[in-house]
Write a protein that binds this ligand. Structure first.
Ligand code: NAD
Length: 271
């Protein structure tokens, strides 16, 4: 089994908390927002794509959770700060941040365009910094502390061909999370990283034909021999697997679990 049923028995509670998830109009962020709402949280769906964010917020809200869709470009300081201010005004200070928005651009290093390098680092690293800073300010002011979760990747630990800025950025998020764990501890702010293997979201669906072309192999070979080759069972990780890891970090009640990273990858990378 590798779907929501696997996790159906989990009963961690986020009742009374407000969570802001970036990139929550799609893929992993969307599923994390749904699982957090099921666990009792009020959820802010922050994304570049406001219409899709609104549709996600409406669908989650229809089941009874308090939700808010916010247009946010995580690379833009003003956009991030305004989004967090609106979230606080409507749903209260943020207790949980999932800094998840991300993009992928693949090319050999010698051909990588500088503009693409900078764009990718901006989404993952500027986005991680700006959203974490805004969240920390609210968590400190509320006096409740909170949980900051970065969406890393197996590429926070390992390298792959064609992914120079992505691997660089995902390694960088581990450093940022460790600094926040140290600076935030006195205010009960915890910070951790989730490192998924390949999950079939739009981000990955787009890469399959791109990698097939760059590597001169079939799409089936990209899946079997590139993406899943080093897993223990040839399986994709699922959005539910990652959402449950996020729920654990979000609900964890003490600084015992901070400055850590959790690899959820069917054994592709073993610590
Ligand atoms: P996705 O493409 O389905 O969703 C990404 C979302 O981020 C989209 O809704 C997009 O609009 C949003 N976004 C992009 N740029 C943004 C910006 N500047 N500001 C705000 N929102 C922005 O991708 P996904 O697979 O769900 O990826 C989510 C995260 O998980 C990313 O950080 C990605 O690197 C990471 N990740 C994904 C996988 C995987 O296999 N899918 C594996 C490891 C890590």
């Amino acid at each position: 089994m590798h779907n929501a049923e696997v996790h159906a028995g989990t009963r961690l509670s986020l009742a009374g908390r407000t969570a802001l998830v970036t990139g929550a109009a799609s893929g992993l962020g969307k599923r994390i927002a749904e699982v957090f709402a099921d666990a009792g949280a009020s959820v802010v769906i922050a994304d570049l794509r406001l219409a899709d964010a609104q549709a996600t917020a409406d669908a989650i809200g229809a089941k009874g959770a308090r939700t808010l869709a916010v247009a946010m470009d995580v690379t833009d300081e003003e956009s991030v700060d305004m989004g967090f201010a609106l979230a606080q005004q409507r749903l209260g200070a943020v207790d949980i941040l999932v800094s998840n928005a991300g993009i992928q651009i693949v090319a050999p290093l010698q051909d990588f365009r500088f503009g693409d390098w900078k764009r990718l680092l901006a989404v993952h690293l500027d986005g991680g910094f700006l959203t974490a800073r805004a969240a920390m300010r609210q968590m400190m002011a509320s006096g409740r502390g909170g949980s900051i979760i970065f969406m890393g990747s197996v590429h926070s630990k390992e390298a792959s061909r064609l992914k120079a800025p992505y691997v660089t950025a995902k390694h960088g998020l581990e450093g940022l999370a460790k600094v926040i764990a140290k600076e935030g501890a006195a205010c009960n702010i915890r910070s951790n990283v989730i490192c998924p293997g390949f999950v079939r979201t739009p981000l990955v669906e787009k890469q399959i034909p791109e990698q097939a072309q760059e590597l001169g192999i079939s799409e089936e070979e990209v899946i079997r021999n590139v993406m899943l080759r080093d897993t223990v069972d040839g399986e994709f990780t699922t959005v539910d697997d990652v959402a449950q890891a996020a729920l654990t970090f979000a609900a964890w009640p003490s600084n015992a679990l901070t400055g850590q990273s959790l690899v959820v990858s069917h054994g592709w990378f073993m610590q």
